[in-house]
Design a protein around this ligand. Structure first.
Ligand SMILES: [Zn+2]
Ligand SMILES: [Zn+2]
Length: 322
């Protein structure tokens, strides 16, 4: 099987990331795009690279975030190209399509239980990316990978839940590289948050990192930035980061009971940011990070959760023999 790979770095409207990396693959069994950027620019970019959009057989999504799936709408409506994605992410997008309002209500209620003050929650409607990108989500349509059996001639499809519930990596069959989406990025620690009220997303993420480390492959084709050859070291660095974060959260909760919002306010953030200096979306990410680390600690038995029916608080379980 011969595979040629071209990388298209497409500008996106997310300040911290600047571009999304889309890959165009020509293989003996078909022509594929991995991800599609954030919007309709994908068409211009493909043409600029001398790639005829109409010749593409399928778009494979690494995960449901808008900077990866947004461009697929024009490829489907104008060229009839089908997209494929992990099933848990397909379910999430479908639920959102049924009622975006329900999703926002649920998220506000949930954040309120975790101590997020109402001034944050009140500003969420206008600034929530679900609303600014709603048209793209409503236009999105994907089938599960199992509907495209030819893919098995090109990739091992690896479930890597964590960054999103249906996050997927694509391992080239000759072991020359892995398309990691946002599961593993070279310069940024991927955001791990919450997608419902119970799942331990960080726990799932750490298992998914092991799954990539077991491959022993060095070349990564990430969802943001250029391909890099230190995949194993990068995975280890991310694992270390989360171990440190878990210890940090445990230390903070020794002074509990404390809400997830207060925990996020006491955690250290990159570039010296504080909750007060973050915009609403950055704050939302930070609270999500706090919740995912707290939940994992609860599952691991190092922190206990106290739910008084109105609010949830966390406290580190003190080891009496220590
Ligand atoms: Zn993402
Ligand atoms: Zn992304």
């Amino acid at each position: 099987m011969s595979v040629s790979i071209r990388i298209l770095e497409i500008p996106i409207a997310i300040r911290a990331l600047k571009t999304a990396s889309v890959y165009y693959l020509e293989t003996d069994s078909g022509k594929y795009l991995i991800d599609s950027g954030m919007d309709y620019e994908i068409e211009t970019f493909l043409k600029g690279y001398g790639i005829s959009p109409g010749s593409i057989d399928a778009v494979l999504m690494t995960h449901l975030h808008i900077d990866h799936i947004g461009g697929s709408a024009i490829l489907r409506t104008k060229y009839g190209i089908q997209s494929y994605m992990g099933e848990r992410d397909i379910e999430r997008v479908r639920a959102l399509q049924v009622s975006p309002e329900d999703f926002i209500h649920w998220q506000k209620d949930y954040l309120s239980i975790h101590g997020v003050p109402s001034f944050y929650l009140d500003s969420m409607n206008e600034s929530h990316p679900i609303f600014s990108e709603l048209k793209s989500y409503l236009n999105f349509d994907a089938k599960p990978f199992s509907d495209l059996p030819d893919l098995e001639k090109v990739f091992h499809i690896i479930d890597t839940p964590g960054h999103s519930p249906g996050s997927t990596c694509f391992q080239l069959l000759d072991n020359s590289g892995v398309f990691t989406g946002d599961h593993v990025l070279e310069r940024i620690t991927p955001n791990i948050s919450y997608y419902d009220e119970t799942e331990d997303m960080l726990g799932e993420y750490l298992v998914s990192l092991d799954r990539i480390q077991e491959l022993g492959i060095s070349r990564a084709y990430p969802g943001h930035g250029k391909p890099f050859d230190t995949l194993m070291e990068t995975v280890q660095k991310i694992k270390n980061h989360h171990s440190e974060r878990l210890r940090e959260v445990e230390n903070i909760c020794k002074r509990g009971p404390i809400s997830a919002y207060e925990v996020a306010g006491k955690m250290r953030w990159s570039r010296g940011r504080t909750m007060e200096s973050m915009n609403i979306m950055e704050a939302n990410f930070a609270i999500g990070e706090a919740i995912s680390h707290l939940r994992h600690s609860v599952v691991e038995g190092t922190i206990e959760e106290q739910n008084n029916g109105e609010k949830i608080f966390y406290q580190t379980i003190q080891n009496k023999s220590a």
